[in-house]
Design a protein around this ligand. Structure first.
Ligand code: HEM
Length: 179
């Protein structure tokens, strides 16, 4: 994944652990400043090694770490150089979910080698949205759960996110919230 993602992991870890423990863990996991170049692509193995090292240091299981990182990413992106793009995606949850593919298409113009997922709103009603996530990657379901929770928080909503099972085309998430 692009180094931009690594920078967000580093920022989250540094906030949680402090700079000294970050330095120790990155040394132990063989992660260097060279792995933090926003516009450079790294193997997913490197990205997962980084996340694994932070999860060990924080003593949080990898799945939970990915979920926390998903919610963190929404806040990080919302204050990054991409904040305006996120703002333009929508000012409510449904609109934003419907525009995620457009948002990522815009990002692909600046980060052309990005392998981006696709989100489809399947149905929605009072207090819920069902959205399907499709990707060439596997194992990022907890990350997506955290991202969707991060979007709930972004729009000031209290709610829950549950994966309701894989289908041929991806994984469906049920996002429920109080209106
Ligand atoms: C301005 C906001 C955002 C930016 C700049 C952004 C950018 C990116 C980038 C650079 C990647 C890595 C792709 C790669 O290196 O191959 C990525 C992956 C991903 N993004 Fe976004 N993104 C944003 C918002 C969101 C939101 C709001 C969601 C979902 C609610 C989301 C869902 C994902 C997922 C699930 C992946 C993992 C890739 C995969 O599943 O294959 N992103 N995004």
């Amino acid at each position: 994944m692009y180094g931009l993602i690594h920078r967000a992991v580093r920022q989250m870890a540094t906030e949680g652990l402090g700079p000294d423990r970050w330095r120790e863990l990155s040394r132990a996991a063989d992660i260097h400043d060279d792995d933090m170049i926003s516009a450079k692509v790294y193997s997913d193995e490197t990205t997962m090694r980084l996340i694994g090292a932070v999860s060990t240091e924080l003593d949080v299981p990898v799945e939970e770490m990915l979920e926390q990182f998903g919610a963190y990413w929404v806040r990080f992106a919302g204050t990054s150089g991409y904040a305006a793009m996120l703002d333009m995606a929508g000012d409510n949850l449904l609109e934003c979910l419907r525009n995620l593919d457009r948002l990522h298409s815009g990002i692909k113009l600046t980060l052309p080698e990005a392998e981006l997922p696709s989100f489809t709103v399947l149905d929605h009603g009072k207090g819920y949205v069902n959205v399907r996530y499709s990707s060439v990657r596997v194992g990022l379901e907890p990350f997506v759960k955290g991202l969707l929770a991060g979007l709930l928080a972004r729009f000031g909503l209290e709610g829950t996110v549950v994966a309701v099972g894989p289908s041929d085309l991806g994984i469906v998430f049920h996002v429920a919230f109080r209106e």
